[in-house]
Ligand binder design. Structure first.
Ligand code: DGT
Ligand code: CA
Ligand code: CA
Length: 573
C-alpha cells in the first residue's frame, strides 16, 4: 500500500500543530511545517524514492532525522511520534485543533486562559459569552464555534437501539402505570428498529392528556422540560436523550401511531395515495371532508388508502408502498423462525461460559443447534485456538453431543482472514468442522479493491462457510472498512458461501440495506449473535430487526433451516 505525498505532508502538518499547542520549540515546529510543504510540492512520489533507495536528506529542508521519520511513515503508514505527542495533550485538545475556526494557537489560548480541553467545555464557554472577550477572538468567532459545537453534538447524539431500549422500557412501564392510560408505545425509528435512534417518540392513548403530562415531566430521570402542553411534551433525560410524548384519544390511536412511526418519507408516500383518493390523512385519522373514516387502528388507516398493513420495519419508502399496492409485500422473518445460532464463543477463547452452558442456554431457547465458533490462533488477545486446542475442542464437542437429546452442538471456528486472503488454520483441521465463520480482525484500512479481493480469496477456500460481521463497523466507534459488497455477495453466491448479520447491538452488520442487497442478489444470510455469554443469545432480536428492515423472509435466512437441511446447505459443491 503506497503512502501518498499528501498523507506524509498531512502527518507533519498535524505534528507541527500539536507541538504548537504543547508549546514546543518554535524552530522545531517550523521545521515540520517546512517539511510538510516540501513534500507536498514534490513532483515525484516519496514512497518510490524510498523503495529506490534514494537519499531523502538531499531534499531541501530534510535532515537525517526527518528522513528517518519519512521512512517510518512510508513503511508503516504512520508516525509513532505523532501518536505520542497526541496522547500527551490533555483532554481532547488534539481533536479541538481540528476544528477549522480554531487551529493550534487558539486552542492553546483557550486552554491556557479558560482551561477548555474538550468539546463540552468549549460549547459551555461559547454559550456563556466568555470566548468573545479573549484577545484575538471576538463575537463572530464565538458564533462560529457555537455553530460547530451544536453541529457536532447533534451528529454524535444518535444512540444504539439496545441503549435506547434501556431508557424506553422503564418509561413505558411508568406511563402504563398512570391512571387512565390505555396504550403506551414507542413509535418513531425505535419502532422501525433502526440501528440507532435520534430520540424517543412515545405515544399514549388516553381521554384526558393533562394529568399524564404532569406525571411525565415529573419522571425522575427528566433533566429539562423543553415544552409541555395538554397533548404533547418534550423532555431531555439526564443521559441527554430527548423524549417526545404525544397523548391522543383512543379513536385516533392508529392514525397517530402510523404518523409518529414514520418514517417521514413513508408518510409522505402514504399521504399522496390519500390525496389521490380525495382523502385527508393526519395524526387524528383519515378524513373524507369533515368525516373521520379511519383512525382507531393502523390497519384501517392503511386500508383506506388501498394498502395492506405495512410492518413498521418496512416503512422507509424503499419500495414498500408500490409493493403493497401490488400485494407483493414480503412475509418478514420473525424470531420464532430461528432454529439455532451459528456464531457463539466459549471460555476457550474470549467467551465467559463453558460450551455446555452455552448449549444448555440455546436449548432452553428452543433451538435445535448451536455452533461454537471460538477465535483462531492469530487473535492472541482473545486467546485464539491453535491447531492442538481446536482438535481437543472438536473431541470435547463430540463427547458433549452424546449428553444432549434433540439438540446438536456444531463444531465451528471464527477463523481469521489473513492479509493475503489465506485462512488462519490449516485445511485438514478446517475440514473436521461443521462450519466456519470467517472474519477480518486487522488491516482494516486496505484500499477497497484490495480488501474486497482479500475476502473473495478467502472464500475460495472450500471450508469457508460464513463471512462474519462483513463490514467490521462498530456503531459510534469504528467506521466500516472499504469493500465492494455487491462483488462480495456475488462471489459468495457463486461459491456457496453465506454472509452474517451480526446481531451484537454495536455491530449490526450486514446493515438493513445490505440485507436488501443480499435478497436481490440471492445470497442467503445467517443471523448470529456472536454471543460471549449465555444472556447474549437474546441479541438475536436485533439481528432479526435489521433482516426485517432489509425485507428478508424466513427462506432468505440460513439458520431457519432444520439441522438436516442446514448441514446440506453447508456442504460446498
Ligand atoms: P430519529 O428520531 O432521528 O431516529 O428518527 P424518527 O423517524 O424517529 O424521526 P422523528 O423523531 O424526527 O419523528 C418521529 C416521526 O414523526 C417520524 O418518523 C415521522 C413523523 N414526522 C416527523 N416530522 C414529520 C413531518 O414533517 N412530516 C411527516 N409526514 N411526518 C413527520
Ligand atoms: Ca425519533
Ligand atoms: Ca421526535
Amino acid at each position: 500500500m503506497a503512502v501518498h505525498n499528501a498523507e506524509i505532508a498531512e502527518i507533519f502538518g498535524r505534528l507541527a500543530e500539536l507541538l504548537e499547542i504543547q508549546g514546543a520549540n518554535p524552530f522545531r515546529i517550523r521545521a515540520y511545517r517546512k517539511a510538510a510543504q516540501t513534500i507536498e510540492g514534490l513532483s515525484h512520489s516519496v514512497t518510490s524514492m524510498v523503495t529506490e533507495g534514494a537519499d531523502l536528506s538531499k531534499l531541501p529542508g530534510i535532515g537525517k532525522d526527518l528522513a528517518s521519520k519519512i521512512q517510518e511513515i512510508v513503511e508503516t503508514g504512520h508516525l509513532s511520534l505523532l501518536d505520542q505527542v497526541s496522547s500527551q495533550l490533555p483532554g481532547q485538545l488534539a481533536e479541538l485543533a481540528k476544528i477549522p475556526t480554531l487551529g493550534p494557537k487558539r486552542v492553546k489560548m483557550l486552554y491556557d486562559t479558560l482551561g477548555i480541553q474538550d468539546l463540552k467545555g468549549l460549547a459551555k464557554a461559547a454559550q456563556a459569552g466568555q470566548i468573545r472577550q479573549l484577545h484575538g477572538f471576538g463575537k463572530k468567532i464565538e458564533e462560529k464555534i457555537l455553530a460547530e459545537t451544536d453541529r457536532r453534538s447533534t451528529s454524535e447524539k444518535r444512540i444504539k437501539l439496545h441503549t435506547a431500549e434501556e431508557f424506553a422500557e422503564p418509561i413505558l412501564e411508568f406511563l402504563k402505570g398512570i391512571h387512565g392510560v390505555q396504550e403506551a408505545i414507542v413509535a418513531g425509528s425505535y419502532r422501525r428498529k433502526k440501528d440507532t435512534i435520534g430520540d424517543l417518540d412515545i405515544l399514549v392513548s388516553c381521554q384526558n392528556g393533562k394529568p399524564i403530562m404532569d406525571r411525565f415531566v415529573a419522571y425522575d430521570e427528566v433533566k429539562t422540560v423543553v415544552s409541555k402542553g395538554h397533548t404533547r411534551a418534550t423532555v431531555v433525560l439526564q443521559s441527554d436523550l430527548q423524549v417526545d410524548l404525544r397523548v391522543v384519544p383512543e379513536e385516533s390511536y392508529g392514525a397517530a401511531l402510523q404518523y409518529f412511526t414514520g418514517s417521514k418519507a413513508h408518510n409522505i408516500a402514504v399521504r399522496s395515495l390519500a390525496i389521490k383518493k380525495g382523502l385527508k390523512i393526519n395524526e387524528y385519522g383519515v378524513f373524507r371532508g369533515e368525516t373521520r373514516i379511519a383512525g382507531r387502528t393502523e390497519k384501517e388507516v392503511y386500508a383506506q388508502v388501498g394498502l395492506p398493513y405495512v410492518e413498521p420495519e418496512l416503512r422507509e419508502n424503499w419500495g414498500e408502498v408500490e409493493a403493497g399496492l401490488h400485494h407483493a409485500l414480503p412475509k418478514l422473518v420473525t424470531i420464532n423462525d430461528i432454529r439455532g445460532d451459528l456464531h457463539v464463543h466459549s471460555k476457550a477463547s474470549d467467551g465467559h461460559f463453558s460450551i455446555r452452558d452455552m448449549a444448555l442456554a440455546a436449548q432452553e431457547k428452543g433451538y435445535e443447534y448451536l455452533a461454537i465458533c471460538d477465535h483462531s490462533q492469530r487473535v492472541t488477545i482473545a486467546h485464539g485456538l491453535d491447531a492442538t486446542r481446536l482438535a481437543a475442542q472438536i473431541k470435547e464437542i463430540d463427547r458433549l453431543n452424546h449428553t444432549f437429546k434433540g439438540f446438536t452442538i456444531l463444531k465451528g471456528a471464527e477463523v481469521d482472514i489473513l492479509e493475503d486472503g489465506l485462512l488462519d488454520l490449516s485445511d485438514d483441521l478446517l475440514q473436521r468442522l461443521d462450519l466456519t465463520v470467517c472474519a477480518i480482525h486487522y488491516k482494516f484500512n486496505l484500499p477497497r479493491a484490495k480488501q474486497t479481493e482479500r475476502i473473495i480469496r478467502a472464500m475460495d477456500n472450500p471450508y469457508f462457510s460464513i463471512l462474519a460481521h462483513p463490514t467490521g463497523r462498530m456503531l459510534n466507534e469504528r467506521e466500516p472498512y472499504e469493500i465492494d459488497m455487491e462483488q462480495i455477495m456475488a462471489a459468495a453466491l457463486e461459491r456457496g458461501c453465506y454472509l452474517e448479520v451480526n446481531a451484537q447491538p454495536v455491530r449490526l452488520d450486514l446493515t438493513d440495506l445490505h440485507c436488501k442487497m443480499a435478497k436481490d442478489i440471492g445470497v442467503k444470510v445467517a443471523i448470529s449473535t456472536d454471543a460471549h455469554r449465555t444472556t447474549d443469545l437474546d441479541f438475536m432480536r436485533f439481528g432479526i430487526g435489521q433482516a426485517r428492515r432489509g425485507w428478508l423472509e424466513s427462506g432468505d435466512i440460513l439458520n431457519t433451516s432444520s439441522l438436516n437441511a442446514l448441514k446440506k446447505k453447508l456442504i460446498r459443491s
